[in-house]
Write a protein that binds this ligand. Sequence first.
Ligand code: NAD
Length: 306
Amino acid sequence: MKIAILGAGAMGCLYGAAFHRAGAEVLLIDVDQAHIDAINAGGLELETRAGTEMLPIPALRPDQLDAPVDLVVVFTKTFQTDRALGGIAAAIGPDTQLLSLQNGLGNDRRLAEHAAPERVMVGASTMPSDLIGLGKVRSHGEGGSRLFPAFEGEADFAVRVADLLTAGGIPTTADPAIHQVIWSKAIFNAAMNPLCALTLRTPGFLFLHDESRDMIRTVVDEGVGVARASGVMIEAQPIHDLTHVSMTDHANHEASMLQDVKAGRRTEIDAINGAILDAAHAAGLSVPVTETLYRMLRLQDAKIST
Ligand code: NAD
């Protein structure tokens, strides 16, 4: 299978490495020329608990892709998706499948602007990954992924992709309940990430204070109400449980939104709290705490560009 990884950052490199280990023909596509040059010069350096690998995976700019591939895996930030897919139009043929394992809601719709809906797959990853230098990625945690056709597509291709990732070291399943998985993760992120980013603290700090614990509970309950009103039948308790595990077992973990704010980068708040807010409005619901956190992070993001 010929696979283009669109966005060869922290997650793109991690997943590209798994497809490569499983024997797929992988191309890492990115716009960061220095990162591309480093990968092509010495290989992709991937550090995991098992050790450090140097993987000879070619890296290209989008304009260097001139023929259709079998699969495009989108791993840009959510607000970069549309432009990134537009930049590799030559690689998206009539049989090309698109997959997003990005965070947030609405990735299915963004991908369906660039391929027929039956060729769009979505999912979620619980693998952690960090870009630690040009051509260098570190992933020290455990995790896996779940994916499935986003709309009415056949599951066969999703199963093949999941099997490849599992063979390459990332346990992955094709899960028909994929929208429940994606909503649950988005709601968890909506509850935890903005509070970490606004306080500049990790989940352990949030656990120590009634104010944060109350807000986390409320955002989860608001999000679950919106999901159910949108036809995605999930329960709140498993997400409450996950927030508790995050605040206790992963007390010192730096949420990606906290890392973004500290580094002066734009956050993915639009695809997380913003998307839940949009769905709430469509369903005629009010989600005041989710909305306030969304507005606070929008202000934070505005500081970057003004
Ligand atoms: P990242 O910023 O490390 O990587 C994004 C890459 O996309 C960058 O290398 C960037 O240069 C590239 N890019 C930007 N515009 C592009 C374009 N037009 N064409 C090609 N490439 C382009 O981000 P990440 O941490 O890998 O996150 C990617 C997605 O995965 C996000 O939605 C994130 O929420 C999700 N995610 C991340 C983690 C994690 O631990 N890092 C875990 C789960 C999910």
